[in-house]
Design a protein around this ligand. Structure first.
Ligand code: PLP
Length: 399
């Protein structure tokens, strides 16, 4: 018999399943709000002009494709560090930050998780309730038990911070806490600056290991403003981990460009930690690919391209905000009595709309509008052409 004879079919990824159903839908007016990707006002994934310019220059230079260092290129890793910590960071000046180029934010989480499993084999990982669905799977596959801390409060469509804080303050020393640095996925509900200070204090008093996931820097209020959590932890004197990604902010999804950064207590410690992380990388994929990181580094290190990128990023951010406001206004205009103003307060690509699974099902069946069954929609999939249609459909199912 085949060695695969008894292999079971793994459950389908719920969001990829949604995309398949959407692709098979023949209705012209169909809209996919289930995605986690930024689309422009024409419903297309943009290729940023700054990226295009850097790619053109790279193509013309025709660089040889030798192996990269295990940790990726210095120019790239330095660029990442400056975005996360600010270029005047004392941690950077002291050599307290180790950064490696990773295969997207997912790859950064995976390298971080595998390294943490070697460092703290008996630890438990805590993720927000709810969280990006891959967080649990990633840390479980690294061998950790994964539990949750309270986060979203359905009645306010915001964060139940008192419950979150109480839980963090009850965790055992050495517990790993995964925190969404900004633009929480899936809820769109973020912590305030003072709440971040409280989270830092809880991590310090309990001896927790913070792992910040920063997949959307620049999508809420701006590159600097969105780094508030990183900066709060940087000022704390604690050791912590950050996974970051350029998938969204550079619209480079398929190039897999991300980074893992680890804050240590000294330059000497950084050297030892890096040597161990390199072992993890070496036995997984050896070293990162060249193209995506080279493009990002070229943009970050050229004053003109960097300005162009910042302008384009601001354009994406502003368009999402306009869609948030537009949706709330359109729902009002459709005579929806329910208050949807929370959509404007939520940040990043997503909103937990409060739509029930049954209402989401009706949106699909009656209107060809696809959303996640939890009620999560991607605001970046709305545009001036489909906004009115989506608002009408939501109005029909909530009335
Ligand atoms: N973390 C969160 C919270 C995300 O939402 C995502 C992407 O959707 C990622 C990490 C992974 O990003 P990447 O596509 O760069 O692997």
């Amino acid at each position: 018999a085949s060695i695969f004879a008894a292999v079971e079919m793994a459950p389908r990824d719920p969001i990829l399943g949604l995309n398949e159903a959407f692709a098979a839908d023949t209705r012209a007016e169909k809209v996919n709000l289930g995605v986690g990707v930024y689309y422009d006002d024409n419903g297309k994934i943009p290729l940023l002009a700054a990226v295009r310019a850097a790619e053109k220059a790279r193509l013309e230079a025709m660089p040889a494709r030798g192996y990269q260092p295990i940790e990726g290129a210095v120019a790239y890793n330095t660029g990442v560090q400056n975005l996360l910590f600010g270029k005047d960071s004392a941690l950077l000046a002291n050599g307290q930050v180790v950064t490696i180029e990773a295969l997207g934010g997912t790859g950064a989480l995976k390298v971080g998780a595998d390294y943490l499993k070697r460092l703290l084999p008996g630890s438990t990982v805590y993720i927000s309730d709810p969280s990006w669905e891959n967080h649990r799977a990633l840390f479980e596959s690294a061998g950790f038990p994964v539990e949750t801390y309270p986060y979203y409060e359905a009645s306010t469509r915001g964060v139940d911070f008192a419950a979150m804080k109480a839980k963090l303050e009850s965790l055992p020393a050495g517990a790993i806490v995964v925190l969404h640095a900004c633009c929480h996925n899936p809820t769109g509900a973020d912590l305030s600056d003072t709440q971040w200070d409280d989270v830092v204090a809880a991590c310090r008093s309990r001896g927790l290991i913070p792992f910040l996931d920063m997949a959307y820097q620049g999508f809420a209020d701006g590159i600097e403003a969105d780094a508030v959590a990183v900066r709060a932890f940087s000022a704390s004197g604690l050791q912590f981990f950050i996974s970051s990604s350029f998938s969204k902010s550079f619209s480079l999804y398929g190039e897999r460009v991300g980074a893992l950064s680890v804050v240590t207590s000294s330059k000497e410690e950084s050297g030892r930690v890096l040597s161990q992380i390199k072992r993890v990388i070496r036995t997984n994929y050896s070293n990162p690919p060249t193209h995506g990181g080279a493009v990002v580094a070229a943009v970050l290190n050229s004053p003109e391209l960097r300005q162009q990128w910042e302008d384009e990023l601001a354009g994406m951010r502003d368009r999402i905000r306009a869609m948030r406001t537009g949706l709330v206004e359109a729902l009002k205009a459709e005579g929806v009595a329910q208050d949807f103003s929370f959509v404007i307060k939520q940040r990043g690509m997503f909103s937990y709309t409060g739509l029930s699974a049954a209402q989401v099902e009706r949106l699909k069946n009656e209107f060809g509008i696809y959303a996640v069954s939890t009620g999560r929609i991607c605001l970046a999939a709305l545009n001036n052409k489909n906004l009115g249609y989506v608002a009408k459909a939501i109005a029909a199912v909530v009335k």
